[in-house]
Design a protein around this ligand. Structure first.
Ligand SMILES: Nc1ncnc2c1ncn2[C@@H]1O[C@H](COP(=O)(O)OP(=O)(O)O)[C@@H](O)[C@H]1O
Ligand SMILES: [Mg+2]
Length: 389
């Protein structure tokens, strides 16, 4: 967690609305580029939900979970068992012997083993089995003060259907929650992931479009950036104080992206401490040095994944005015004619964008436009090009 979570009040408000549902009509997709603050925001949602009497389970969606429907089912059973193991069910009765013989209930905890047996004993497909387990779990929870149960999965863009292997864990998840929610069972999905997440859901099941509220995280506003920079060092005992011009430099360098703010602040903080310990008085942020460090630590690894020709295309994109937001195939084709000796055709561009997506450098949004997969990439590419020239 950051020492101070800046902004995100509106997103929090949206989540609070979702918590007020008794019949679940909307689930949540929390999405945005890497480093924008999805995971830490999700962490703050959990206590809000618990405060409003929701139960909360979930973890990171690993690729392993997505390999098969069976793996996905194990994930769900495991998560459920966390809340159900405090419940017991009667599985029989026993007779004590002796003069005051009495019948005693034999109870068992609803632990993973119990849920798994129920799952196994239910005939049908993975979806049918999971439905029965979830419905059973609701019969346990219903009598308590809990309003419902939230399944929160980070890195949910990892979930996918695998047509060739005839494994559809993503579709199973959507069908499962759609069906359970139709029956009035208040089990809500909170899925967190990269911008590929929501298009993926809709591609698997068109009704996913209506099933989710999509909350997109972006840059922090100017005042929120300031808070993110200044609040953590506000304490009187803190040896470092950034001057207003320094705050502005950090804010600009970061582009408003939380990960970069953290990174730059840490670098600047260390530098100031060092200078102070040598008797000097630090007064300004060495923007160039920090930018260079950010380039090596954050961007260079991604750049290394691209082939020479792909780098040319990335350069073309970086030259676009909208390179750091969204761009189209046609815009790349047009710009390539201007900045390269040998431009790209649109079919070649399409092909290369697929390869770049697979390498995790760009992604395609729902409307067929593309974006860089990490923020501030265009600036980095232009700096690279300058150095090469
Ligand atoms: N609103 C915020 N205010 C201050 N720092 C933040 C904020 N959101 C995220 N951060 C910091 O930015 C970094 C990236 O956040 P994280 O939640 O891991 O991003 P994501 O999950 O989107 O990749 C972390 O170091 C986090 O502490
Ligand atoms: Mg994250």
């Amino acid at each position: 967690m950051p020492p101070y979570l800046a902004g995100r009040k509106q997103e929090e408000e949206e989540f609070r609305h979702l918590l007020d549902q008794t019949t679940i009509l909307d689930n949540l997709v929390l999405t945005g580029l890497r480093g924008v603050g999805k995971t830490v925001l999700l962490e703050t949602f959990k206590p809000l939900a618990i405060q409003k009497d929701w139960l909360w389970v979930g973890t990171d969606m690993s690729e392993a979970v997505s390999i098969s429907e069976a793996n996905f089912a194990i994930r769900i059973l495991t998560d459920l068992s966390v809340v159900t193991s405090t419940f017991t069910v009667q599985i029989g009765s026993s007779q004590t012997v002796g003069f005051n013989a009495e019948t005693k209930a034999v109870v068992q905890s609803v632990n993973y083993g119990y849920l798994h047996r129920l799952y196994e004993d239910t005939p049908g497909l993975v979806l049918d089995k999971l439905k029965v387990v979830l419905e059973f779990v609701w019969t346990l929870i219903k009598g308590t003060k809990a309003k419902g149960l939230i399944f929160a999965y980070d890195e949910a863009q990892n979930l996918a259907d695998h047509v060739q292997k005839e494994q559809y864990p993503l579709s199973v998840m959507l069908d499962l929650f759609q069906s359970i929610q139709k029956k009035g069972i208040p089990f809500m999905l909170v899925l967190v992931g990269l911008p590929t997440l929501f298009p993926k859901l809709v591609e698997a099941r068109t009704y996913a479009e209506r099933m989710f509220r999509v909350v997109s995280l972006g840059q922090l506003s100017e005042p929120d950036r300031r808070d993110a920079i200044v609040k953590p060092i506000e304490d009187a005992k803190c040896p470092v104080k950034f001057t207003p011009p320094s705050v502005e430099v950090i804010s600009n360098l970061s582009g408003g992206y939380p990960y970069f703010i953290q990174f730059i602040c840490r670098e600047a903080f260390d530098l100031w401490i060092q200078q102070q310990s040598h008797g000097g008085e630090a007064t300004s942020i060495p923007a160039d040095a920090i930018r260079r460090k950010l380039d090596t630590d954050f961007f260079a690894g991604r750049w290394a994944r691209a082939t020479d020709r792909q780098r040319e295309m990335l350069y073309v994109i970086a030259k676009l005015e909208n390179g750091d937001s969204e761009f189209s195939v046609q815009e790349i084709v047009d710009m390539s004619g201007t900045v390269l000796d040998k431009g790209f055709s649109s079919s070649h561009t399409n092909q290369m964008l697929v390869a770049l997506s697979n390498a995790g450098l760009v992604y395609k949004n729902r409307y067929g436009r593309y974006s860089f997969a990490v923020p501030l990439m265009a600036g980095f590419i232009l700096r690279q090009a300058e150095e090469m020239a």
